[in-house]
Design a protein around this ligand. Structure first.
Ligand SMILES: [Zn+2]
Length: 351
């Protein structure tokens, strides 16, 4: 089975490490999403490093949001996108900072659907590159962080800054509505909304957007724990993935960076203290091992009916099970590989 992991964050210095994990896991190629500086000279430097591993990486760049308050920002970013695509950029990654971080000088948030940003979305359509746009987060991020919070494993401790609870942020409905306005206004641009479009809390709700926007795709990264939360959720997730098999992409959100590799635990994995594999071994070897186990958890979820007990998944401190979906082989094949290939081989439409 051919596998493309279309959602990873590989810092260039760890390209070799990522290839080692990919080889061990049978991942043919990975999309690496640049970390805010994926444009211009730094993008070119990074492309040189990733391209030294032919056919293993697809690089999605960024626009320079540091200039968001400058006049004609949208048009300037669009011009830069044309140059970056000529250099080898294959898509654009927009972080959730649009909606939750970028502010006008008066302190108010930039709206995702601000018309001044339209040249960016239009340019992606003209260039035939997808926009991977992360907007908002699960509802739990706006709720009190306690033992009942489904995502408490990512909202405690070092990640406490991820919670939006009572901090005056826009509500998720508002942010997702703004995102949908953008998708509706740019029907010739392909949008990939990661993490089930931030609507994994209710797949019926997630389905509405796929029905409304033929130019919208989802990736499943970082949402396997909730999709396989118990037998009932797994049944519903299975029906959803079969119904939308041509609109769903496989990604893990694996991270290879300076903050996490030295810890020896794949950034997206959460282990109970007594379950850490290769405890005491060289951090890099443990990073490979924990990344491979994290990846395998995804395959078991999609392709088998195994109930994983305490899978290494960043979600909760209470420990979880993930119920496998045992999807038909042809559906697995589409999600793991061919839908993404089809999407990337589209002929650009003249906008
Ligand atoms: Zn990510």
């Amino acid at each position: 089975m051919k596998i493309i992991d279309m959602h990873t964050h590989v810092f260039p210095q760890y390209a070799g490490l990522a290839v080692e994990v990919m080889d061990r896991c049978g991942i043919e190629s990975s999309v690496t999403l640049e970390w805010h500086d994926g444009f211009g000279d730094s993008l070119r430097r990074h492309l040189d490093i990733f391209n030294a591993h032919p056919d293993r990486f697809t690089v999605f760049g960024n626009v320079n949001f540091k200039e968001i308050d400058e006049p004609h920002f949208g048009a300037k970013a669009a011009r830069q996108m044309h140059k970056d695509v000529a250099a080898g950029m294959k898509g654009i990654k927009i972080y959730k900072a649009l909606g939750l971080d970028y502010r006008h000088p008066d302190g108010t948030f930039w709206q995702i659907d601000d018309p001044r940003l339209d040249p960016i979305w239009a340019a992606a359509g003209e260039l035939g590159i997808p926009v991977l746009i992360h907007t908002a987060d699960p509802i739990s991020f706006w709720e009190p962080v306690n033992d009942q919070n489904f995502w408490n494993g990512v909202l405690y401790g070092e990640y406490a800054w991820w919670t939006y609870y009572r901090k005056g942020y826009p509500c998720p409905e508002e942010l997702l509505g703004e995102r949908n306005n953008v998708i509706a206004r740019h029907p010739k641009t392909i949008f990939i909304a990661p993490h089930i479009g931030s609507k994994s809390d209710c797949l019926d709700w997630a389905a509405d957007d796929l029905d409304a926007f033929p130019n919208l795709y989802y990736d499943i990264s970082a949402r396997i724990p909730i999709m396989g939360k118990n037998a009932r959720w797994a049944r519903h997730s299975r029906e959803f993935l079969i119904e939308y098999q041509d609109r769903i992409l496989f990604g893990t959100d694996m991270i290879y960076d300076d903050t996490n590799v030295p810890t020896g635990l794949q950034a997206q994995a959460l282990y109970q203290p007594f379950e850490i594999p290769l405890d005491g071994a060289d951090p890099v070897q443990r990073y490979i091992e924990t990344s491979c186990r994290f990846f395998q958890s995804h395959l078991d979820f999609l392709c088998t009916d195994t109930v994983q007990t305490s899978p290494p998944f960043k979600r909760t401190h209470q420990g979880i099970t993930i119920t496998g979906l045992n999807l038909p082989a042809d559906v697995c094949d589409k999600i793991l590989c061919t839908t993404f290939q089809r999407l990337m081989n589209r002929v650009p439409t003249t906008a």
